[in-house]
Design a protein. Structure first.
Length: 366
């Protein structure tokens, strides 16, 4: 719980932000307050939906497993999507983004993938899940686990007002009992099982999966390890934003890829070198072609809503947070196959400006 006067002080000091979604008044933490991390959500009665913590990355299985784990752990697939926390409050299901906003898109769509009746039996349960697929409004890439639209993958459970995560055995039992869609589980390992984990990660790499999250039975100790192919995929889908993303976005993935290949040398052959070059150049080549064609560089997104009002709420949120960088199709949203389809473009300013100057024939100095 966060008492009202503590929350008001945090809002006054810009450590928290008061927000309204439809009839729900809530606050999201911009900085830690009372030991609750940034991204936590404070509900009207002071109950707190804890922010989802960052998970540390292991770069080397051989060195990292025995150093980071003293006990066995579960290997769960890491899904390339966006993180939401789902709960029911006063009879309505909400999905909060990692930053602490009610996500109009996720809130609208989660009931397509789970039965809210779970909250009758577990009223204080919080589902931590990934929404992934080609039709998300936030991500340029996708996951091989979803062929079209989006899917929901539950990977953790929390309880309102209680610290930490539900244990893994209890999580598995609740997921099975209530038919929740789980993140794929790949087995139980010890810190000495580097060979078996290496074989698993190489198979996931071949499938184009993002990687693994390793979790002890109590659910409190965890680490992630990503595949080499996910590094190449990230570079491919974001190369068009080369000047708009921080350099570390690309150099970190190149470093991860180099370490991955040094640990799995059988995955390094000539076609990967070519794929990496194509990943970087194809995005930039596409950016140049797009600028010549329409005078700017951007990425197009599409997503589907069950309710027309949810689509309008999402559009208002994107206009408020993205401003002139976001433009919607003139007929948005339009009905298609029983849903409201929304298409929009997010513009990338720095590469747009650089290409405008270069293609106009201006002199540029390195």
């Amino acid at each position: 719980m966060i008492e009202r006067h503590v929350l008001q002080e945090a809002i006054d000091n810009r450590r928290a932000e008061a927000l309204t979604f439809d009839e729900l008044e809530y606050a999201r933490l911009l900085e830690p307050v009372n030991h609750y991390p940034r991204g936590s959500v404070v509900l009207p009665d002071g109950s707190v939906v804890p922010g989802y913590p960052s998970i540390g990355r292991i770069q080397s299985l051989e060195a990292g497993l025995p150093r980071q784990f003293e006990q066995p752990f579960w290997a769960e697939e890491k899904i390339d999507g966006f993180n939401v926390r789902i709960l029911r409050w006063q009879g309505r299901v909400y999905a909060f983004s990692r930053g602490g906003y009610v996500c109009a898109f996720s809130t609208d769509r989660v009931v397509d993938f789970m039965d809210p009746v779970i909250f009758n039996a577990e009223p204080n349960l919080i589902l931590c899940a990934e929404i992934a697929g080609p039709d998300t409004p936030y991500l340029e890439g996708s996951t091989p686990r979803v062929a079209h639209d989006v899917g929901l993958f539950v990977f953790d459970l929390m309880r309102l007002g209680q610290p930490g995560f539900v244990s893994q055995p209890e999580k598995f039992a609740l997921i099975e009992r209530h038919a929740l869609p789980p993140a794929p589980l790949h087995g139980w390992f010890t810190p000495r099982d580097t060979r078996a984990l290496g074989e698993l990660i190489r198979r996931l790499d071949e499938e184009g999966a993002e990687g693994l999250v390793l979790k002890t039975a109590d659910g409190q100790h965890r680490a992630k390890y990503v595949t080499g192919s996910s590094c190449v995929s990230d570079i491919r889908v974001c190369a068009e934003q080369l000047l708009d993303l921080p350099p570390e976005y690309f150099t970190n993935r190149l470093t991860r890829l180099a370490i991955f290949l040094s640990e799995h040398p059988d995955r390094h052959h000539a076609d990967l070198d070519q794929a990496l070059g194509q990943a970087l150049l194809s995005g930039l080549h596409g950016a140049v072609a797009q600028h010549r064609r329409q005078g700017h560089v951007g990425h197009r997104y599409r997503c589907r809503f069950r309710e027309h009002a949810s689509a309008l709420r999402f559009m208002n949120h994107m206009r408020a947070t993205g401003g002139r960088h976001v433009s919607f199709a003139q007929d948005a949203p339009r009905q298609e196959d029983g849903y409201w389809l929304l298409e929009f473009e997010r513009q990338f300013d720095r590469i747009t400006g650089t290409l405008a100057s270069a293609l106009a024939g201006d002199r540029q100095y390195d």
